[in-house]
Design a protein around this ligand. Structure first.
Ligand code: 5GP
Length: 120
């Protein structure tokens, strides 16, 4: 799938749409989800134009990949969920129910999150 420059996260990255930012560095932006599913629900995105984990892991630089995962750990700690436990999740493509076609890692925490997936 080719990258859509007008997806909502591309527009957030360009500053066309506001976000509640929690972290930013050269490669990464993180902000609160607009429709939180847990007391803590933050989205961590690379600044580069990657549709999903498919193209990110295939084509992103080592620096971009390291920055994204370092940021996830750092943000979870800063949000205060590291000690009690939390979840990271990336939906990918159709079967993964990805809604926004710019790679994002969800960070969920602040309550017991239950089983990983519904049973069916
Ligand atoms: P997906 O289903 O693609 O993994 O998750 C997309 C997420 O983006 C959803 O949790 C949704 O609430 C969030 N989202 C969609 N539009 C916006 C927006 O404009 N701002 C923010 N902060 N989150 C958004």
């Amino acid at each position: 799938m080719s990258y859509d420059d007008n997806n909502i996260f591309a527009r957030i990255l360009r500053g066309e749409i506001p976000c509640k930012k929690v972290f930013e560095d050269d490669h990464v932006l993180a902000f609160h989800d607009i429709n939180p599913l847990a007391p803590v629900h933050v989205l961590v995105i690379p600044k580069g134009a990657y549709v999903s984990m498919n193209d990110f892991t295939a084509t992103a630089s080592e620096a971009e990949i390291a920055a994204l995962f370092r940021a996830v750990g750092k943000i979870a700690a800063e949000l205060g969920v590291a000690e009690d436990g939390w979840r990271m999740l990336a939906n990918i493509g159709g079967n993964g129910h990805q809604e926004v076609p710019h790679l994002h890692i969800h960070i969920f925490g602040g309550r017991k999150l239950g089983h990983m997936l519904p049973q069916h």
